[in-house]
Design a protein around this ligand. Structure first.
Ligand SMILES: [Zn+2]
Length: 444
């Protein structure tokens, strides 16, 4: 057993314990005790003195959960601007699909995956759900990406976005790669990395493909996920081409339910909010990315009122969940013209246990006996004002900063110690990413 002694344990949005220690055994939380009890545990032989990690001056909280991520997307950070693009459709047809997605291969995937894991760990993220958008990548890419994530020790879901925009056969091949990866990681049984079945949107995937994708997910016992209504484009396209909302297409294909995760959900159609709630479908909210694409404000306060299970994500854009929490706290107050929505406790729960639930991870995202020991030690000293039991959620959600993350554990294994990554060669990975991006951009 190991013990992490701290000034404050943030067990969940409902429970904060001052002067407390988190006990960890076999990758799981074994309990939370008062610091004053530690000496007794050591003297009774239940705990070795050398297994007490002194993190007084820090708070310990659950690791953050990035519910929707594109690791390869870091290639586009700072990319030369697209020329001649006239709108959303043109952005996809003339630029993003041919020049970015169709040129991504396994080597770019592995390089970007290593670099973004470092970025996520430094900002306290321990779990993420990745969607690779590279329809022409090699057939073993997803498994190679997942195995690399396993070696680094992070908790993740990997998936390859499938559609018929290249061809029907390519859509089938991508779905097959998803299913093979789901089977591969399920057979390994390590529990850290899983597969999922992923499709793109209703304007690139016909209903038959969506039905098939959901069937594959059920056969493999894994999550089914897709992008839904990132802007008004998909809603308008579906209404004019299919005569119904995109969510109704998924509903009629039998694809909704608690094992389905819809990302974005910005411009939903009439009745969609009720459909999302009544079907138990999960959602991922990506506030900073919504701002980037000018997509609008997702109706998150209304979704939460209807008890939709919802997590937060970066969309591969700004991969720092502290910034995503801050954006979630702020943008809906502006959109709804009131300060009464999205309090910091609620946002914290979305970034931790609700996000894990949305990804289908059980017992992840709280510090409680039997739950995964995915933990972050956050240094309270750099915060300009005191952090205490009464203000900790505001201090983390509104004023939190990645630079205060000192240690990170996933399944009880320490991946970062005093700001230094233990399972990744950060400098080498960063240099390889710069080289990779430079070469990639030259081919634009
Ligand atoms: Zn996305």
């Amino acid at each position: 057993m190991k013990a992490i002694e701290s000034d404050l344990v943030v067990c969940s949005a409902d429970k904060v314990v001052p002067d407390a220690t988190v006990l960890v055994e076999g990758g799981r939380v074994a309990g939370v005790c008062a610091n004053a009890e530690l000496a007794g545990l050591v003297s009774s032989g239940k705990l070795a003195a050398g297994d007490v990690i002194d993190r007084r001056g820090c708070l310990v909280m659950p690791g953050l959960v990035n519910t929707h991520m594109h690791q390869y997307g870091v290639l586009s950070h700072g990319i030369p601007p697209a020329q001649g693009v006239t709108g959303f459709e043109s952005f996809l047809l003339d630029y993003w699909w041919p020049r970015i997605e169709d040129r991504v291969r396994k080597s770019e995937v592995l390089t970007t995956s290593l670099a973004t894991m470092a970025e996520m760990l430094h900002s306290g993220t321990t779990s993420f759900c990745d969607i690779l958008e590279a329809p022409l990548c090699e057939g073993d890419t997803l498994i190679a990406q997942g195995e690399q994530i396993e070696r680094a020790g992070m908790r993740a879901i990997v998936s390859l976005e499938s559609s018929e925009r290249v061809s029907k056969a390519n859509g089938e091949a991508c779905l097959r790669q998803n299913a093979e990866s789901a089977q591969h990681f399920s057979a390994r049984g390590t529990g850290l990395v899983r597969g999922a079945i992923c499709t793109h949107t209703t304007f690139t995937c016909p209903r038959g493909m969506i039905e098939h994708a959901k069937e594959l997910a059920c056969e493999n016992g894994c999550l089914y996920q897709f992008h839904l209504c990132e802007s008004r484009y998909e809603l308008e396209w579906a209404m004019s081409h299919l005569g119904c909302t995109p969510l109704s297409v998924y509903n009629s294909a039998g694809a909704l339910g608690p094992d389905t995760l819809a990302a974005q959900c910005v411009k939903l159609g009439e009745g969609d909010l009720d459909l999302l709630a009544s079907s138990g479908t999960r959602a991922a909210h990506l506030p900073i990315s919504n701002c980037e694409v000018g997509g609008g404000f997702a109706p998150v306060p209304s979704m939460l009122q209807k008890d939709v299970c919802l997590g937060l994500g970066t969309d591969g854009y700004v991969n720092d969940m502290f910034q995503v929490m801050r954006a979630t706290f702020l943008v809906h107050k502006a959109a709804c013209e009131t300060t009464t929505v999205m309090d910091s406790k609620q946002v914290f729960s979305l970034a931790t246990e609700k996000g894990a639930q949305a990804m289908g991870l059980s017992k992840v995202g709280r510090i409680e006996s039997g739950w995964a020991a995915d933990l972050v030690a956050y240094d309270m000293a750099p915060q300009p004002t005191p952090i205490n039991e009464g203000n900790v959620f505001d201090q983390l959600v509104v004023f939190g900063r990645a630079s205060s993350v000192r240690d990170v554990w996933v399944a009880g294994k320490r991946l970062m110690q005093d700001g230094r990554l233990l399972t990744l060669d950060e400098e080498r990975n960063a240099a390889q990413l710069r080289q990779c991006a430079d070469t990639f951009w030259r081919g634009l």
